[in-house]
Design a protein around this ligand. Structure first.
Ligand SMILES: C[C@@](CO)(OP(=O)(O)O)[C@H](O)COP(=O)(O)OP(=O)(O)OC[C@H]1O[C@@H](n2ccc(N)nc2=O)[C@H](O)[C@@H]1O
Ligand SMILES: Nc1ncnc2c1ncn2[C@@H]1O[C@H](COP(=O)(O)OP(=O)(O)O)[C@@H](O)[C@H]1O
Length: 290
């Protein structure tokens, strides 16, 4: 019987860089949410050694890289490490999310692999061990394990519950240019922000957008220097009817717009049809998955 997992995109509603560790990694303070845009990872049992097939709009983007280097296969190997498990079966990754785009697609796939193979191989791995494996795979992988809104600290491994979020809609736009995360961290100025403070809950999307507008993504300015097309996307989103807030996610280049509802976000997406620049963009409109 085949099994599958949904790997939701990760969006940093805010991202403050508050410090830097001796090893060069940056200390972050970020409010993270998960919209309904996602990759899908499936597992089909077989007696053959574990393999990975890539499908979906962005499958070809990853096809040039060795399958063993894919975060899915790296996650599988780490999960099996030191366990009595035969690493067999077919993994099929439907890659719907743009690659190297600030929405943690690879991290979401790695986390989905840990959840999926833990079930498929009947490992019952303790949560703390899954978290520790996730941390070794990448700074964004731990938050993608539960795919729940979270306040992310440390370099990404410290997780606390997010404020209670209101219903809202979100549009995501990626201009198609991959952006290197280390390059964006390197391009930032040397100043650090303080950690953000949040209320316990927001009554509605407007109140949330107002509070978020006083906070920042500290990687947005350096990413715009590296990839000026991000500015065009941000301006386009901000001008959409009903947009409450526009901002870049992670290290870019994907930007999001907040709306009162998924319907409002979809209506705004329809308006983009008349924008010639949008023809080559990846655009998603929907809601947050709680
Ligand atoms: C910036 C963020 C914000 O959520 O998102 P993305 O832009 O990747 O989506 C993440 O911290 C990215 O997490 P992830 O993509 O897993 O990073 P990793 O593979 O662990 O690290 C890639 C590189 O980014 C830099 N890095 C990453 C995380 C961090 N807290 N400090 C850093 O300085 C380091 O140069 C590191 O070598
Ligand atoms: N399953 C995967 N999906 C996306 N990228 C992957 C995957 N496996 C390995 N990678 C590598 O990880 C890098 C970061 O990808 P990604 O997670 O999409 O970036 P971001 O966190 O900025 O959205 C890519 O450049 C790619 O080479």
């Amino acid at each position: 019987m085949s099994l599958s997992e949904t790997a939701h995109a990760k969006i940093n509603l805010t991202l403050h860089v508050t410090g830097r560790r001796a090893d060069g990694y940056h200390i972050l303070d970020s409010l993270v949410v998960f919209p309904d845009a996602a990759d899908t990872l499936s597992y089909v049992p077989s007696g053959s050694p574990l393999s990975l097939e890539l499908t979906g709009r962005f499958g070809q983007t990853l096809a040039g890289e060795a399958s063993d280097d894919n975060l899915v296969m790296r996650a599988a190997r780490l999960l099996a490490d030191g366990r009595d498990v035969e690493q067999t079966g077919r993994l099929i990754l439907e890659k719907n999310l743009p690659v190297a785009s600030g929405i943690g697609g690879g991290s979401a796939d790695a986390a989905a692999t840990l959840r999926l193979l833990d079930r498929a191989w009947e490992l019952n791995t303790p949560t703390e061990r899954l978290h520790s494996i996730a941390t070794r795979l990448g700074a964004d992988v731990p938050v993608c394990l539960a795919q729940k809104p979270a306040l992310m600290g440390g370099i990404g491994e410290q997780l606390a519950p997010a404020p209670i979020l209101p219903q809202c809609g979100m549009i995501l736009i990626n201009c198609g240019e991959p952006v290197s995360t280390p390059a964006v961290f390197r391009a930032r100025t040397s100043t650090f922000s303080s950690a953000a403070t949040f209320p316990a809950a927001w009554p509605d999307a407007r109140a949330m957008a107002t509070d978020l507008s006083h906070l920042t993504n500290d990687l947005e300015a350096p990413a715009c220097e590296i990839c000026p097309a991000i500015r065009t996307v941000l301006t386009t989103i901000a001008a959409l009817p009903g947009c409450l807030l526009s901002r870049m996610s992670g290290s870019g280049a994907t930007c999001f717009g907040l709306f009162v509802s998924a319907e409002a976000a979809r209506a705004a997406k329809d308006r983009l049809g008349s924008n010639p620049a949008a023809e080559s963009w990846w655009i998603h409109a929907g809601s947050l998955s709680f």
